[in-house]
Design a protein around this ligand. Structure first.
Ligand SMILES: [Zn+2]
Length: 206
């Protein structure tokens, strides 16, 4: 199965991606991970990508499309794949159509106020990276794993989050429309817990 996964920041997309890939025995292809690996190995494309990422800019379509194309040509993608973080523009979606088909596009939807609550309530351990939500911490301020004092990430405040979600929506809507017109889009309510959301995805995938 060839799957593209969409979900706003805070919608739990990463967790679902791992589970879907496992269940359907397909590689989870995250463009973020590929870029990080290429930058670490200092490949030509990694060096180009780094100049943009260091400046806080998106890597241009051309480079992004190239690394996804190369990745999808690998042996492990012959029975399908799950794309996470790509396509990010309609131009990327159109390019993808030229070198691979897409069976289904999953959009994990969570209402804006829910996303805000999830992200602004997030607390992370600066030492072991474990993530918590104040709703479940019931006043505890230290990491259950290593005892370190939990912190809120600087960009997890309401104002920045609202801005990030706005940008996400603006960027993603045209791509969602693009796939809706192709008749491959399924929308899943991402409000429940991880297990519920995963079950509704599986149900819809059949
Ligand atoms: Zn910790």
């Amino acid at each position: 199965m060839k799957i593209v996964l969409f979900g706003a920041p805070g919608a739990g997309k990463g967790t679902q991606a791992v589970r879907i890939a496992q269940k359907y025995s397909i590689p989870h292809i995250s463009t973020g991970d590929i870029f990080r690996a290429n930058m670490k190995e200092k490949t030509p494309i990694g060096i180009i990508a780094k100049t943009f990422i260091d400046r806080g800019q998106l890597v241009p379509d051309e480079a992004t499309i190239q690394i996804v194309k190369e990745r999808l040509e690998k042996e492990d993608c012959q029975n399908g794949f799950l794309l996470d973080g790509f396509p990010r523009t309609v131009a990327q979606a159109e390019a993808l159509d030229t070198f691979s088909s897409v069976d289904v596009v999953i959009n994990v939807e969570v209402p804006l106020d829910k996303l805000l609550e999830r992200i602004t309530g997030r607390r992370v351990c600066p030492k072991c990276r474990e993530s918590y939500h104040i709703k479940f911490l019931s006043g505890v301020t230290t990491c259950a794993k290593c005892g370190t004092e939990l912190v809120q990430r600087a960009d997890d405040n309401a104002e920045t989050v609202a801005e990030r979600l706005e940008v996400y929506k603006k960027e993603t809507s045209p791509i969602i429309d693009y796939y809706a017109k192709q008749g491959v889009l399924i929308t899943v309510n991402g409000e429940g817990d991880i297990e519920d959301v995963f079950n509704s995805i599986c149900e819809k995938l059949g």
